[in-house]
Every structure is written in structure tokens, then in C-alpha cells.
Design a protein around this ligand. Structure first.
Ligand code: NAP
Length: 252
């Protein structure tokens, strides 16, 4: 399988390169600067990948990269959501461009592309409610309209999933090739895995916020483990996470 990886110079993107390669996937890295990416990679890894330069806000360039390289899958890690509700970033424009490109390229290739998007923990639902966590803690709110857009796309048009990690930390500054089969994260659809509910949720007004605050610190994960989750899924080509927002929790 050939994978177009956007944001390959970023924290997650750079770790996805060895992860994807170790799962026998072919990597086409889409970056603003090939010189920057080249300076970040050892030559042994660099020689294994194709690099395409472009701005990820351009759906035409992304579509061309998919079609020119005959990609079957896309992973979008480009763009970083704004933390505060009154700030904005390029992420919504990038997200929309990737959706558009995947739709058009899939139609041209006559097969739906497999696409992983990134969001944050706040996009997941508070277990036992119909509200998203971001309704209680309004940070990284740009992920919500991105998800609303994705929900308008049938999964026979784009086989999409959206990964919703909390803070991701580097386990190592070195580019470590993960050992296949050592998945350290528990995954779940729609709600965070291993959520600890409490009677306090029913306290008027502040209850859900208290439960959220008690839970949130347990959702930090390692960047390398998130990269492994995506690479492993793409290698196996399962439908388990297609059309879903996906939470992750680090196995103790
Ligand atoms: N890091 C976390 O703890 C965390 C937690 C939850 C969710 N997320 C989400 O996960 C995603 C990846 O996070 P990250 O920490 O890897 O982000 P990051 O380190 O900031 O990387 C962002 C990447 O996007 C690229 N980019 C930005 N604008 C672009 C454009 N117009 N065209 C092409 N490339 C562009 C950057 O390229 P340049 O090198 O050219 O700038 C960089 O490679 C983000 O969407 C973030 O919101 C992150």
C-alpha cells in the first residue's frame, strides 16, 4: 500500500515515516520543504521514501500527489489546531483541502482512499452523555467543524477515521523504528477508552467538568505509539475504525 503522508516534518509525521516503513508500506511525504525533511532523516530512511513539495491548503496539489504516486491511503498530520477558542490556525483549510483531494482522487481512481485524520481528545463524547468533551472544556475547538465536515462524507467515498489523542509526548528524540506487534495503546470508538465515571457527573453545572478534570491527565500518550496505531491499521486494511472517531489510552 502506498501512503501519502502530510506533515512529515511534524512531531507525529516524522515518527510516522519509520512506523509506516516498518509495516511494509510505501511512503510519499508531502512537505513544504524537502530540504527541512531531508535534514531530519537519516540517509537510510531518506532513501526509502518519495518527497513531494507543496502547501497542504491546496487540494489540487494533494490530489496530484495522490494520483501521480498512485496512493491508496493518506495520513494527514499537517496543521496544528489553535489552543484557544478566539485563535485560529490553518488546520481547517488544510483539513478541507485533504478531504476534497481524497474525494476527487478516489473518484478518479475508482476506489475510495483510506484516510486517517488527526483531532484531539475533546472531539470524543463524554461517556453517558451526548456531548463532546470540548463542550465542557473549550480548547482546540477547530477539530469540531473538521469532524462535522467529515461526517458529510460517506465511507464509500473516503474510508476515513479520525484519531483523537490527548497530549502526545516524544518517547525518544531518535527516530526509533517500532517493533511490529507491540501496540501499546488501547483504542475505542466515539468515547475515550477506560473513562472513569463518577456520581459527581450529576452535580448541576460543574459535575461533568469535575469528572473531565479527574480523567484528562490519564490520556497522555507517546507519539511513537500513535504512529504505530495508524501504521498497523493501514497494513492490515481492516474496516474496524472506518467512519469513526478513535480514542487512545496507554496500556499500563
Ligand atoms: N502534539 C500533540 O500533543 C497533539 C495532541 C493531539 C492532537 N494533535 C494534532 O495532531 C496533529 C499533528 O500534531 P503535531 O504535534 O505533529 O504537529 P506539528 O509538530 O506542529 O506538525 C505540523 C506539521 O504540519 C505541517 N504544516 C503546517 N502547515 C502546513 C501547510 N500549509 N502545508 C504543508 N504542511 C504544513 C508542518 O510543516 P512545516 O515543518 O513546514 O512547518 C508540520 O510538519 C495536529 O493536527 C495536532 O492538532 C497533536
Amino acid at each position: 500500500m502506498k501512503v501519502l503522508l502530510l506533515g512529515a516534518t511534524g512531531n507525529l509525521g516524522i515518527r510516522l515515516i519509520p512506523a509506516l516503513l516498518s509495516h511494509n508500506l510505501t511512503v510519499v511525504a508531502f512537505v513544504r520543504s524537502s530540504a527541512k525533511l531531508s535534514s531530519m532523516l537519516p540517509s537510510a530512511i531518506l532513501s526509502e521514501i518519495t518527497i513531494v513539495e507543496g502547501d497542504a491548503k491546496s487540494s489540487d496539489l494533494i490530489k496530484k500527489a495522490i494520483l501521480d504516486n498512485d496512493c491508496d491511503a493518506v495520513v494527514n498530520t499537517a496543521g496544528l489546531a489553535a489552543l484557544l477558542p478566539w485563535k485560529s490556525s490553518e488546520l481547517p483549510a488544510i483539513f478541507a483541502a485533504v478531504v476534497q483531494a481524497a474525494k476527487e482522487a478516489g473518484a478518479q481512481q475508482k476506489k475510495a482512499l483510506r484516510v486517517w485524520f488527526l483531532a484531539g481528545l475533546g472531539l470524543l463524547d463524554m461517556p453517558g452523555t451526548k456531548s463532546m468533551l470540548v463542550d465542557y472544556l473549550p480548547v482546540y475547538r477547530e477539530h469540531r467543524p473538521n469532524f462535522v465536515l467529515l461526517q458529510t462524507i460517506p465511507t464509500d467515498v473516503i474510508r476515513w477515521s479520525i484519531l483523537c489523542p490527548s497530549v502526545m509526548n516524544p518517547r525518544s528524540s531518535e527516530l526509533v523504528v517500532p517493533v511490529k506487534g507491540t501496540q501499546k495503546l488501547i483504542m475505542s470508538a466515539t468515547v475515550p477508552p477506560h473513562w472513569k465515571d463518577s456520581w459527581m457527573r450529576r452535580i448541576p453545572l460543574v459535575g461533568p467538568f469535575i469528572v473531565l478534570a479527574k480523567n484528562v491527565s490519564q490520556y497522555s500518550t507517546d507519539l511513537e505509539d500513535n504512529a504505530e496505531v495508524i501504521a498497523n491499521d493501514l497494513e492490515h486494511g481492516d474496516d474496524e475504525w472506518v467512519g469513526k472517531k478513535v480514542g487512545v489510552w496507554k496500556r499500563a
